[in-house]
Ligand binder design. Structure first.
Ligand code: AHG
Ligand code: MN
Ligand code: MN
Length: 336
């Protein structure tokens, strides 16, 4: 039997009423992200053709060099969300502070704030390897019509109403959840339309891929070292396969489809882990849980962590449920 062909636009309309707060605003917001994704995709895809590579010369708030496409993606997503007057605030990995929209008048009746990592895996751009965009959406906690405040952004991941990513890979996909499972849409570049290609994505309970930057091995906590040795051991379904792209979106996407685990633990260079809780860990954790996977900081669910600052980092362990449980058990045993 042939599967019904459905575009992202049609899917959004069909499922709008199942959103936790159904007003059409969230649908419009996801539509804007879809449009920004297409614009950024166009630029990413011609990165090798024009003189666009290299550092933009700026340094972001984490002290990292920005590359030109980071800046471009950041501008496009912010522009798209601002111009369409769809959100009341935006926070981005590439901005020092959050952006309040229409904060000077009290006309902004919008309910949602968006947090983005506009270009994830940016070190992969100049070698033609997949990169992505990650987004996370919350309902504001301050009164509608007032300027947004930091409290609107510093919410637990459990409060997310939607989250997703775009992967600019061999094909471009938009994968997202509104808390009712995870669905993936593939862009047909010839006509610029996303089609539902991966309905109801789920992690296998267990897989055979582990993704970690093993160059940092000597600096990892003992429990993580023990787990990596366990992955490499010749026993039962092991050794597992090591696969690490260095772009969270791409590593996560592959692991969700094939079964596997991604780890970015604490290390000497990054005592709290490298990944940002609000722009990377929380949205990916929400997707993971919606896809029957798990996400942990080592001691608790990522989604339960109460953020204290916008650019806070966290250790991140995410993937097939049984594999994440194994890592937690190794960490627990090493800390006894
Ligand atoms: P970003 O490009 O947004 O700074 O994120 C890069 C992140 C993540 O995507 C990736 O998995 C990780 O950093 C790679 O870090 P290492 O190079 O330290 O392994
Ligand atoms: Mn990133
Ligand atoms: Mn980034």
């Amino acid at each position: 039997m042939s599967q019904k062909i459905q575009t992202l636009g049609e899917f959004i309309i069909e499922y709008q009423s199942s959103f936790r707060y159904s007003s059409g605003e969230l649908s419009r917001l996801i539509n804007s992200i879809r449009l920004a994704a297409k614009v950024v995709n166009h630029e990413v895809n011609k990165a090798g053709l024009v003189d666009i590579l290299g550092k933009a010369g700026d340094t972001n708030v984490q002290g990292e060099n920005q590359q030109k496409l980071d800046v471009y993606a950041n501008e496009k997503f912010i522009q798209m969300l601002t111009n369409r007057n769809i959100v009341c605030g935006i926070a981005s990995e590439e901005e020092d502070d959050f952006i309040s929209i229409n904060s000077n008048d009290n006309n902004n009746q919008n309910k949602y704030v968006v947090l983005i990592d506009p270009l994830d895996g940016s070190s992969n751009i100049d070698v033609n390897v997949s990169v992505g965009t990650i987004f996370s959406i919350y309902r504001r906690v301050t009164p509608i019509g007032s300027p947004v405040s930091l409290d609107d952004f510093l919410q637990k991941g459990d409060e997310q109403v939607a989250a997703g990513y775009i992967i600019y890979g061999t094909s471009t996909m938009l994968v997202y959840t509104t808390g009712h499972g995870v669905n993936g849409f593939t862009l047909n570049p010839a006509i610029g339309t996303f089609y539902l290609s991966h309905p109801d994505m789920t992690f296998p309970n267990k897989g055979q891929i582990y993704s970690v930057n093993e160059g940092n091995y000597v600096h990892f906590p003992q429990g993580i070292k023990d787990y990596i040795k366990y992955c490499q051991q010749q026993k039962d379904d092991r050794p597992y396969t090591s696969r690490y792209i260095g772009s969270l979106v791409s590593d996560f996407h592959r692991n969700m489809i094939k079964g596997g685990i991604y780890l970015y633990p604490q290390s000497a260079a990054y005592p709290n882990g490298k990944l940002r809780l609000l722009y990377e860990c929380n949205p990916i954790a929400f997707l993971a849980e919606q896809a029957n996977g798990k996400a942990s900081c080592g001691t608790q669910r990522i989604l339960e962590v109460l953020p204290k600052t916008l650019h806070q980092r966290s250790p991140f362990i995410c993937g097939s449920a049984l594999m994440v449980e194994d890592v937690e058990a190794f960490l627990h045993a090493a800390n006894k």
